[in-house]
Design a protein around this ligand. Structure first.
Ligand code: ADP
Ligand code: ASP
Ligand code: MG
Length: 439
């Protein structure tokens, strides 16, 4: 019988530099007898650097864009030199060609749509890293086929947030991937990117490589998917901001969706649904300590859960009231939601009173301003920015109190298992030093 297929995903942190890629090689060496589809992100912070290229280009500074792109090219070249005693010629050629194609694009005037230009430039990161890692695995004796994810993942033309066309994507995955796995045990491809029916590159949204891995997992109905992270698994809160966090050994899909939707950044929120639809287990594991068990996400509920905290930053609270002081009725809400959809606001919380409607949204680009302008004829709006949305699953009075300390609570919602609050920092009033006070 044929070996089952597993999907592994390595993010930017695990591919930071040549040493990190070597370490990924040692992890993959343990699985050399398996059939693996490996999804990789761009190396380190390359995507952020490419965003800067896209922004400079769009803001009429092509020279700055070229300079920044040159720095990324130099970084990739250095990583290749560090990784290989002798860089394979085909690799140098493939990487150079990719950079040249973007350099040429920078010679042209920007397109009418920023999001389109963004995707054509920013997708470079995953294309480069996938060529480098695949060449390295082949060099260390792990036969690997390189696959262009755009031949598989088909999306609509919503640039920067491509919506997957599932039937087309499933058909392509089933047709293209198994033959490659027959010729080499590993197939390696890019996270984050897809393709429109007109053959233009799209991206699936920032941090979307986890989602790409779930798309491949779903299409190939794999045995399990593993995402290799710089943390031991899913923790009770983000260890960058909280102390005393503990690892959760088992998590249900539902719990994982609830936490990631509201900002537990360890898994991209769109990742869980495709896995759940086919009951494919997800392992969140540490690339730093690959022997540890990690977190196992499945259908089954875990034991009683401890309180878990997710924080979503850069939130805006938009207070909307009718200009004629009439009650906020269903037809108003319908109109508001039409504009919420067209401006692509993500609503994280809402609450209404008789004459006002409050929504808490991710404050991205100028979406909130565009929304307010669209509803201006019928509604007065005020915006409160730089807020945090704190979501606590399985909350206790102690944890709620400790998270509230030093914050002003602007909006709160409670359900039996979930408490959410929108907060901002309280400005702390301090006594001035005596010598600073002019008497
Ligand atoms: P990738 O390298 O795959 O892009 P990310 O950096 O996106 O990985 O995700 C890992 C990071 O997620 C961790 O370094 C951690 O700071 C953050 N994180 C946020 N919430 C949690 C959580 N509940 N548990 C674990 N890590 C979390
Ligand atoms: N490289 C992309 C990003 O940084 C996708 C990913 O890493 O998941 O957003
Ligand atoms: Mg990431």
């Amino acid at each position: 019988m044929q070996q089952p297929i597993n999907v592994f995903k390595f993010g930017g942190a695990s591919l930071r530099d040549a040493d990190a890629i070597r370490h990924v090689g040692t992890i993959l060496d343990r699985f050399k007898d398996q059939r693996l589809v490996i999804i990789v992100s761009a190396m380190g912070k390359t995507t952020n650097a490419l965003e800067e290229v896209a922004n400079s280009y769009w803001n009429g500074k092509p020279d700055v864009a070229r300079e920044k792109l040159g720095a990324i090219h130099a970084g990739a070249t250095q990583a290749m030199k560090d990784l290989f005693a002798e860089v394979p010629e085909e690799l140098t050629a493939a990487v150079n060609d990719l950079f040249v194609s973007v350099e040429w694009a920078l010679e042209e005037d920007p397109n009418e749509e920023y999001d389109y230009d963004y995707d054509q430039i920013v997708s470079l990161g995953e294309l480069i890293s996938s060529h480098i890692v695949a060449a390295y695995l082949n060099r260390i004796g792990l036969p690997t086929s390189w696959l262009d994810a755009r031949d598989v993942i088909q999306t609509d033309n919503t640039y920067r947030e491509g919506w997957v066309k599932w039937p087309e994507t499933v058909e392509r995955a089933e047709r293209l991937v198994p033959p490659l796995l027959d010729s080499t045990p590993f197939v390696l491809t890019q996270g984050f990117i897809g393709n429109t029916s007109e053959n233009y590159t799209t991206t699936l949204g920032r941090e979307g490589s986890d989602y790409s891995a779930a798309i491949f997992s779903y299409c190939l109905d794999v045995e399990a998917m593993s995402i290799w992270k710089d943390v031991p698994g899913v923790l009770t809160a983000d260890p960058r901001y909280f102390e005393n966090v503990t690892k959760i050994d088992r998590l249900s899909y539902r719990e994982a969706i609830e936490m990631t939707y509201y900002g537990a950044k360890v898994i991209h929120p769109k990742t869980i649904k495709p896995l759940q639809n086919k009951s494919i287990p997800l392992y969140v594991r540490s690339f730093i300590e690959p022997d540890l068990e990690g977190t196992y996400v499945t259908d089954e509920a875990g034991d009683a859960y401890p309180p878990m905290v997710a924080v979503e930053r850069d939130q805006a609270l938009v207070n909307i009231s009718t200009r004629d002081f009439s009650f906020v009725a269903e037809h108003h809400i319908k109109e508001l939601f039409e504009h919420i959809t067209t401006t692509r606001l993500q609503v994280n919380m809402m609450q209404n009173t008789a004459i006002s409607f409050n929504v808490v949204v991710n404050d991205i680009d100028d979406r909130v301003e565009r929304f307010c302008a669209l509803v201006d004829q019928h509604f007065k709006t005020t915006i409160d920015r730089h807020l945090e949305l704190i979501t606590i699953r399985h909350y206790t009075p102690e944890i709620v109190d400790s998270l509230r300390r030093g914050k002003v609570n602007l909006l709160e919602g409670r359900l039996p298992l979930t408490l959410q609050m929108v907060v901002k920092d309280v400005p702390v009033i301090r006594r001035k030093k005596e010598e600073d006070v002019a008497l």
